[in-house]
Ligand binder design. Structure first.
Ligand code: SAM
Length: 362
């Protein structure tokens, strides 16, 4: 079922429905429900977008931060129904970069100007806590001026603590959906929403800049689950939010499901920018995959981060989370100058600084 944001309430007063977000910058459940019902109202979307862009400008000016994404392993012990690298997809050609190869990616990224590296991968048991600690310390020792983000799924609190002590600064762990029934629709029963959330709270306690987030239009998503996603983000107050459209992968149980809507994703990016004014908000690869101008549209909706791919060229196609995932052209770290031009043409400035969270407004 698709989110029924299209259903118009009779005589809906959209001005009234967007007012709480614009006036207080926060939402109750009921206010969130009414706000999302405006997703089809052109004028309402325009107003929310304008406010989001204004807020992004206040906090980050025209800066768009780049992060060098290193997809270092596509082995995964999990079997998420939406994900192309799920354990049971036997068509995946599995790869794992060695520690040396990862360090080489960082070296070439550093030369290109990157000052943030994001190590992302499936939940790969070969990369034990000890190996990750070694890797994190090596990267931080070699590039003390760089921020290091991990995105390697659910581990123990102790593991997160060790990675943090070794120098990891940030951690991306999308919650995927904040509703229990929807979580169960997207994941096999050995996975649990409670544990996912617990991990996010541990990461926060340990002083990481934390990124949560969800896919837009994943199978089973309803208006209620989107409302819960907004409520959860509001409660967690993450420093980053990864929100992009669901894109089907033909070798998964959701292979025949429709992709998420680009326009709804953009509206949600704007809403999140207003709810969490300082948040670091990527215009995701999935958005760029569904729409050739997806990244520019994401920036125009309030996003302020891009994550070009720094993985070795021969591995990129294998980190195939969904069909037609882009990994070359402006998506590739080696094409930064053309990305810079595109971003400038859209009215923003690509910057290479670490781009830490701008701090909370009190
Ligand atoms: N294993 C880590 C984790 O679980 O957080 C990081 C890797 S995981 C592949 C990164 C993100 O890819 C997930 O959080 C999910 O939201 C996104 N993703 C996976 N399959 C997708 C799909 N079919 N469409 C859009 N995004 C997808």
């Amino acid at each position: 079922m698709r989110p029924d944001t299209g259903r118009k309430e009779k005589g809906m007063n959209w001005n009234h429905n967007i007012a709480p977000l614009l006036e207080k910058g926060s939402l109750t459940r009921e206010e969130a429900r009414k706000l999302l019902a405006c997703a089809e109202e052109k004028e309402a979307v325009k107003k929310v977008t304008e406010e989001a862009v204004k807020i992004r400008k206040q906090h980050y000016g025209d800066k768009v931060f780049v992060r060098g994404l290193i997809e270092f392993t596509n082995y995964c012990k999990n079997n998420c129904y939406y994900c192309g690298i799920r354990r049971d997809n036997s068509h995946v050609s599995r790869y794992r970069l060695t520690e040396e190869e990862i360090l080489e990616c960082c070296a070439s990224g550093y030369k290109l100007g990157f000052r943030t590296f994001v190590l992302q991968g499936g939940e790969d048991g070969w990369y034990t806590d000890d190996r990750m600690v070694w890797l994190v310390s090596q990267i931080k020792k070699t590039y003390p001026d760089c921020a290091l983000t991990l995105s390697i799924g659910e581990r123990s609190r102790e593991a997160y603590q060790r990675f943090r002590e070794a120098g990891a600064d940030r951690y991306l762990l999308r919650h995927e959906t904040a509703r229990q029934d929807h979580y169960e629709r997207l994941h096999p029963k050995e996975m649990s929403l409670a544990n996912r959330k617990q991990c996010l709270y541990w990461l926060k306690e340990l002083g990481y800049q934390v990124g949560a987030g969800f896919m837009v239009g994943s199978p089973g998503q309803t208006m209620d689950s989107l409302v819960e996603d907004l409520m959860f983000l509001q409660e967690l107050q993450p420093e980053m939010a990864g929100v992009g459209p669901f894109v089907p992968h033909h070798e998964t149980p959701f292979g025949k499901e429709p992709a998420g809507r680009v326009d709804l994703t953009l509206f949600l990016l704007s809403v999140i920018r207003i709810l969490l004014p300082n948040v670091l908000l990527p215009a995701t690869t999935a958005l760029g995959t569904l729409d050739g101008n997806g990244r520019e549209k994401g920036l125009a909706a309030g996003a302020n981060v891009l994550m070009p791919n720094l993985s070795p060229l021969q591995n990129r196609k294998k980190y195939d989370l969904y069909d037609n995932k882009i990994s070359t052209g402006e998506e590739a770290a080696e094409c930064l100058s053309s990305l810079e031009k595109r971003v400038a043409k859209a009215g923003y400035r690509l910057v290479y600084e670490r781009g830490d969270f701008a701090g909370r407004i009190v």
